[in-house]
Ligand binder design. Structure first.
Ligand code: OAD
Length: 241
């Protein structure tokens, strides 16, 4: 295995996570064997057109995932990123996640962006108001204004949240760490490319070799719950030395 790259007090770090970091908590990934998209038709449950055609089907899918989210707990990978945020100097750590679960937040991560939205939030299709709730919802939940609610998640064909700001953060970082993502869904898959072209050192941790491996300087193959605690321990020692 490649040696871990060093960091310094000044290192500005951006971390991007995907479904793989939650796999060891029991949340299924999307494209692995037994993944979500092997069981459900992505066009029916994760596109605006699918929602317009059959909102009940979309809500059944998301209600199931919301229910599952209530019982899962963060794992060693999530906690390693919390530790990293705690020992890096203020303002040097940003976490971007593609995950709609709340495991990073539950673990204690603070400076983070849910670029694909959150399972725990709903948005009115009429008044646009966003509300946080993990309560069981009916099949066709309504806002107090009478409008139909939708999950506050980003579907295929929609633009992820805060993209300009996220690309700026990626461009300005010195080290970009990408964890648990197959690297096929853009724009998230393009962050590592953008980071590398902007001069950052790029680091990856993934069970399988991701699609964008060519843009990762230091790649560690395996489970994030096992590798991240070691990587973060190494970085903690860099800052003490
Ligand atoms: P994928 O399911 O595409 O990829 C998960 C990646 O995690 C795979 O490359 C696995 O090898 C890896 N993996 C699995 N277990 C792991 C572990 N314990 N430790 C480290 N890596 C592990 O999921 P994403 O890349 O997150 O978007 O998918 C990206 C987006 O596509 C999702 O946000 C979602 C999906 O469709 C929307 O719904 C808009």
């Amino acid at each position: 295995m490649d040696v871990f790259p060093d960091i310094a007090q000044e290192t500005r770090m951006v971390v991007l996570t995907g479904a793989g970091i939650s796999a060891e908590s029991g949340v299924p990934t999307f494209r692995d064997k037994d993944g979500v998209w092997g069981k459900y038709d992505v066009m029916s449950v994760a596109t605006p057109e699918g929602f317009a055609r059959d909102p009940g089907q979309v809500w059944r899918f998301y209600n199931e995932r919301r229910k599952q989210a209530q019982s899962v707990k963060p794992n060693a990978g999530h906690y390693a990123l919390v530790r990293l945020e705690e020992f890096l100097p203020e303002g040097r750590f940003t976490l971007i996640t593609q995950n709609v679960d709340h495991l990073h937040r539950k673990a204690g991560s603070r400076n983070m962006h849910h670029m694909h939205g959150e399972l725990a939030k709903v948005r009115c299709t009429r008044c646009e108001k966003v509300r946080e709730t993990l309560e069981d919802l009916p099949e066709l939940p309504r806002c107090e204004c009478g409008g139909l609610l939708r999950p506050h998640v980003v579907w295929f064909g929609e633009v992820p949240f805060d993209m300009d700001r996220l690309f700026s953060l990626v461009e300005a970082c010195d080290l970009f760490l990408v964890v648990g993502t197959s690297g096929v869904v853009h724009p998230a898959a393009g962050f590592v490319i953008h980071a590398k072209r902007s001069g950052a050192t790029t680091v990856g941790v993934n069970l399988e070799v991701p699609e964008n491996r060519g843009f990762i300087d230091h790649f560690y193959q395996g489970k994030s719950g096992e590798i991240l605690p070691r990587l973060v321990e190494y970085w903690a020692r860099c800052l003490i030395a």
